[in-house]
Ligand binder design. Structure first.
Ligand code: GTB
Length: 219
């Protein structure tokens, strides 16, 4: 019996690994846990069967035996707790790695989402253009602080951990934006160079490629 995750049947990012199942796939690949994928459409996400798994009608979800989870951070944490490789054994180092997961989701991701939400949701572009300098300054300030803390280390606290996995997953939203300084861009590139990341990326891209086969306008 292997876990099953839910992912977009046809991801709006055309399989560029921005949807949040990417973090879960990456964590599963890092620990060497095989998994099944169930594809869900936007409408299916709002139906009772999926809402029973995810109260907010979103992806990703994670099912393993009689356990069902939602929230990508909680899922990565669960995977990291139950397999070797993503959290240190030392109790204090483990607590710090978990802290970085929370920092990624609670402190670094929110200003980044302020920037991507108008792009994704196509709302109120004029208003957003006025706010853009403020939003971008907030991001630059926050990622600048992160870059200072990272310094010339490879990872945030010793060896690569679930904290780095979630942080890189969050920062990838800024790829190509010019908002990451060279130090953090190199940090993200180190994460993306990991074989487990590449396997996860290829797997999620394959879903989009298969879904769009026969639909030339999507290719
Ligand atoms: N906090 C939750 C988590 O971390 O799991 C957030 C989950 C979430 O936002 N899920 C999104 C979803 O299901 C997909 S990841 N949305 C459908 C809905 O709410 O109806 C967000 C996302 C979507 C698309 C892109 N993209 O195309 O670039 C990137 C990220």
């Amino acid at each position: 019996m292997i876990p099953t995750i839910t992912v977009f049947e046809r991801s709006p990012d055309r399989g560029m690994g921005q949807a949040r199942d990417m973090r879960v796939r990456w964590a599963l690949e890092e620990v060497g846990q095989a998994y099944d994928v169930r594809l869900v459409s936007f409408s299916a996400m709002k139906q009772p069967a999926h809402l029973a798994l995810h109260p907010f009608g979103q992806i990703p979800t994670y099912e393993d035996g009689d356990l069902a989870l939602f929230e990508s951070g909680a899922i990565v944490f669960h995977i990291a707790q139950h397999h070797a490789g993503l959290l240190p054994d030392d109790a204090n180092a483990r607590a710090r790695a978990i802290t970085w997961m929370f920092a990624a989701l609670n402190t670094v991701e929110p200003p980044i989402l302020e920037r991507v939400s108008p792009m994704l949701l196509q709302y109120d572009k004029t208003n957003y253009e006025q706010r853009r300098p403020i939003v971008e300054k907030r991001i630059r300030d926050r990622v600048g602080q992160l870059s200072d803390r990272l310094g010339d280390a490879d990872w945030l606290d010793g060896a690569f951990s679930a904290g780095d996995l979630v942080m890189v997953g969050v920062l990838r939203r800024l790829n190509g934006s010019g908002l990451l300084d060279p130090n953090l861009a190199a940090y993200v590139a180190r994460g993306e160079a990991r074989p487990a990341f590449k396997r996860a990326y290829e797997a999620q891209l394959a879903v989009f490629t298969a879904a769009s086969a026969g639909y030339p306008h999507l290719q």
